[in-house]
Design a protein around this ligand. Structure first.
Ligand SMILES: [Zn+2]
Length: 141
């Protein structure tokens, strides 16, 4: 770690630094076993029977939210195209799974590399999210 940690603020879009729109925030859901009674580091913790949950909001502007939609659509299209291409090979569906994974994950990797090069900060690098993960919170699906 040589770079100073960029400042995180509710009012600033995390990926691009423009003024954030509260309606466009991304949400990261983090869980932890309830018996550990974990501290939410200032985030409200929803206590459950088996698992505690934090719904962490990551500030974004409208453009970055829309960019997220487009990326998701491209990645889903990649999965579908990969699955279709795989179906052309007789393999009882196995090649569809492989094709979908290769195309979908490949596109995800390419898009993420492109965004980093374009100067956007990744949602996963949002400092409160990183420090909660470091404290043992795991992403919920
Ligand atoms: Zn933005």
């Amino acid at each position: 770690m040589t770079r100073p940690e960029p400042e995180a603020s509710e009012a600033v879009c995390w990926p691009c630094g423009a003024p954030a729109d509260p309606a466009c925030a991304a949400e990261a859901r983090l869980t932890m076993e309830a018996r550990r009674c974990a501290d939410g580091q200032g985030q409200p913790v929803i206590r459950g029977k088996r698992q505690d949950l934090i719904r962490l909001r990551i500030p974004r502007c409208e453009r970055c939210r829309n960019r997220g939609y487009v990326s998701t659509a491209i990645i889903l299209a990649g999965y579908a195209a990969g699955a279709l291409a795989g179906m052309a090979i007789p393999s009882r569906g196995l090649m569809s799974v492989v094709g979908a994974a290769v195309c979908g994950l490949g596109l995800m990797f390419v898009l993420s590399a492109f965004e980093t090069r374009a100067g956007f900060r990744r949602i996963g690098d949002y400092p409160p999210l990183r420090s909660l993960r470091a404290a043992g919170w795991r992403s919920a699906e």
